[in-house]
Design a binder for this molecule. Structure first.
Ligand SMILES: Cc1cc2nc3c(=O)[nH]c(=O)nc-3n(C[C@H](O)[C@H](O)[C@H](O)COP(=O)(O)OP(=O)(O)OC[C@H]3O[C@@H](n4cnc5c(N)ncnc54)[C@H](O)[C@@H]3O)c2cc1C
Length: 666
């Protein structure tokens, strides 16, 4: 047996996950390669959205993507463990739980805040460089507001209601944007006037967001100021004490919430490894262009941990940097294992920056476009969704849509709260049962009409039988008769007359009688104005005309095709059985989602076959409403959905293709 090659990925961040995906895809069918990814958290953290959790815009789950979701049924071991040290010579990594041997290692343990040895800052500030940091800040702000609401000492109260973010890079500005919105919510909740609060951004440089060009910076600054943010530029922080931020010019800002986002360095874990550090690299590890450590040819460093000068400039600690360094590392490991001579060298290809300032506004310089407001936010969301689709499929994109738009509170989205309001399951209950009942009646009626009396053939060429939708039949008959003589315009009023008569009569018998006397009734009921309109245009004709182009094409292409393989009797039985099954499922709230989809599908097929009328469209709209879990309120789905979800999420298919509902079970 060939030697097993072991690849150990240390850290499941942007770099580690990306490398894992590439390596797994390549070696999926090679049993001689084992890939293990170790992370101290059971989930991949979406670091770029941490500020949203810290500022209570989204829930904590929105930045946690479980590794089970990402790697599902893939051939890669995901291990929860914290690596303490790595012995590169002996080729093993020592974790809290066990030791991991490797032939190749990819180190991607991320970054930490840099405090530049400024006295008191580390001890007296919050940071935002991990999931735990975001949660700590989130709870602190809520807590301080609730305490401030009852504080009587005006000096203490003022200190409690002052929030300071140091640093105006993208982390600082994104955080302050969230805090401004969070502040408004908290003020309402705790009956505190907004005028009592101060949200301050302190920056040592002469402008905010130095990574962006002038016009965008100005727009961002204006938006912040309009939202009530005090921006202190050219203000260096020289120290911090409990409850105090000290500035170089002697100013002292009193606050109980001081967040430090001014600098970033490689994680102390990585800095503690016995590998060469980059000169002025702040704990980052020196790599060559192949992303190999300069010390060991089998040790690769990716993402925020790696230090590489490209054209004299260090590769920035950003997501694209993590992806691109990971890709180079993964490709070179593949080349080494396969003995290929073509090595890959790092060449950056960055697409720009997108900065959100709260949930409603942002600025971006990405993909060659400088945008702000709606466009910038749309772009940021699209890029996030694209990333999530790449790592965990459509399921994770749907989770994102839920967190960012459908479940968002306090209108903190760039589309406002339009998508947020929810209808409780009991409101559509009667509609669900009625929709189901109509399908059942329809199936039963078809049997009564003689659909199973094969000798007699079908009695109805229309979707719904007389008991359910008499008007449609008569309209169709009139239309089809008229089209046979080529006089659509003359027929339409007749059909309309019958529809009108039906609506008034309301009962099948009455409609039938009206139908017999259609010619006379039409003459009396339909006035000349209606005739004139009908001659001009029937807006529903292109879609609903049974002899129109669309339905003729559909019938010839698909229905005739079906009948070539399926006896007409079989088809009739299938339709009746489906109608009954859809009806019963909707009535009892059992597999409601699937029944609703089938209901919509049937209506679509009937429409395309020219057997549907515009006044039956409510079937489709009602079924759409049922898609949102209507069967779980007073329906069997209350018990069946969790059971089937558990089963489905454990299947290999769901795990392999990321088609699970919620989290994978295995
Ligand atoms: C608030 C914030 C906003 C940001 N916004 C943007 C942005 O808009 N655009 C952008 O491009 N970049 C942004 N960044 C930067 C970006 O998030 C990082 O560059 C990126 O996360 C680096 O990826 P990584 O794989 O190197 O590290 P990370 O993504 O940090 O992953 C490191 C992983 O290693 C694990 N780990 C660490 N130590 C150990 C150990 N000893 N044992 C086991 N596991 C370990 C951690 O749990 C973590 O999962 C932002 C960062 C922050 C904090």
């Amino acid at each position: 047996m060939a030697d097993i090659q072991k690849i150990l990925i240390l850290g499941g961040g942007y770099g580690g996950v990306w490398a894992g995906k590439i390596l797994e895809k390549h070696f999926r069918k090679n049993p001689n390669v084992q890939i293990t990814i170790v992370d101290k958290k059971p989930f991949h953290t979406l670091m770029t959205e941490l500020h949203e959790v810290a500022g209570w815009r989204t829930e904590p789950e929105s930045v946690q993507v479980s590794f089970k979701k990402i790697f599902g049924a893939k051939r890669i071991d995901v291990v929860l463990d914290e690596i303490q040290t790595v012995d590169f010579k002996a080729k093993h990594a020592v974790g809290k739980a066990r030791t991991y041997d490797f032939d190749y290692i990819v180190v991607g343990a991320g970054a930490e805040p840099e405090y530049f040895n400024i006295p008191g800052v580390k001890e007296n500030s919050f940071s935002l460089w991990s999931f735990d940091d975001a949660m700590k800040l989130r709870h602190h702000v809520e807590d301080i507001f609730s305490r401030a609401a009852e504080e009587l000492d005006p000096i203490v109260r003022k200190r409690m209601l002052t929030f300071v973010v140091a640093g105006a890079g993208f982390t600082g500005i994104e955080l302050i944007g969230e805090l401004l919105e969070y502040r408004d919510t908290m003020c309402r909740k705790h009956f505190i006037s907004r005028d009592e609060t101060r949200v301050i951004n302190i920056e040592a440089l002469p402008s905010i967001l130095p990574i962006l060009e002038e016009p965008l910076r100005v727009k961002a600054e204006r938006y912040l100021q309009k939202s009530g943010c005090e921006i202190m530029l050219n203000a260096s922080i020289t120290g911090a004490e409990s409850g105090k931020v000290l500035l170089k010019d002697g100013t002292v800002v009193e606050t109980e919430t001081f967040v430090w986002t001014c600098g970033v360095k490689g994680s102390s874990f990585a800095a503690g490894l016995e590998l060469t550090k980059g000169e002025r690299g702040r704990g980052r590890l020196q790599v060559d262009a192949e992303m190999k450590s300069v010390d060991y040819p089998y040790a690769y460093i990716v993402g925020d941990n790696s230090f590489f000068l490209e054209n004299g400039k260090p590769v920035p600690q950003i997501v694209e940097g993590a992806h691109q360094t990971a890709e180079v590392a993964a490709k070179n490991i593949i080349a080494s294992i396969e003995g290929a001579s073509d090595r890959h060298a790092f060449k950056s290809d960055f697409h720009g920056f997108m900065v959100s300032i709260g949930g409603r506004y942002g600025v971006a310089n990405a993909g060659g476009m400088k945008t702000q407001g709606f466009m910038a936010m749309a772009m940021k969301h699209l890029i996030n969704m694209y990333y999530l689709f790449n790592i965990a499929g459509i399921n994770q994109v749907w989770e994102y849509v839920k967190h960012e738009f459908l479940d968002i509170q306090n209108r903190r989205s760039f589309i406002g709260g339009f998508a947020t309001w929810k209808v409780r399951g009991y409101w559509p209950l009667l509609l669900r049962m009625w929709l189901g009942l109509v399908w059942v009646m329809e199936g039963v009626n078809k049997i009564g009409e003689g659909w199973f009396a094969w000798d007699a053939g079908s009695k109805s060429g229309w979707m719904f039988s007389p008991g359910v939708q008499q008007a449609g039949i008569k309209a169709a008959e009139a239309v089809s008769a008229a089209s046979a003589t080529g006089d659509w315009a003359a027929a339409a009023p007749d059909a309309a007359a019958t529809v009108a008569t039906t609506a008034v009569a309301g009962a099948a018998e009455a409609v039938s009688a009206a139908s017999d006397a259609a010619g006379t009734a039409a003459a009396t009921v339909v006035d000349t104005t209606t005739r004139a309109f009908a001659k001009v245009w029937d807006l529903t004709k292109p879609i609903f005309d049974p002899n129109g182009g669309i339905s003729t094409w559909f019938r010839k292409t698909f229905m005739d095709g079906i009948f070539a393989y399926l006896p007409y009797q079989g088809f009739q039985t299938m339709i009746v059985v489906m109608e009954l099954a859809i009806g019963l499922a909707l009535f009892g709230g059992f597999f409601t989602w699937w029944a609703a989809v089938a209901s919509i599908g049937m209506c679509l097929v009937f429409t395309l076959s020219g057997m549907f009328a515009w006044d039956q469209l409510w079937f489709v709209f009602a079924a759409i409403l049922m898609l949102g879990g209507a069967g779980r309120s007073f329906g069997m789905d209350y018990w069946s959905v969790p059971f089937f979800k558990r089963w489905w999420n454990g299947t290999k298919f769901a795990r392999k293709w990321h088609f699970y509902a919620d989290d994978p079970t295995k």
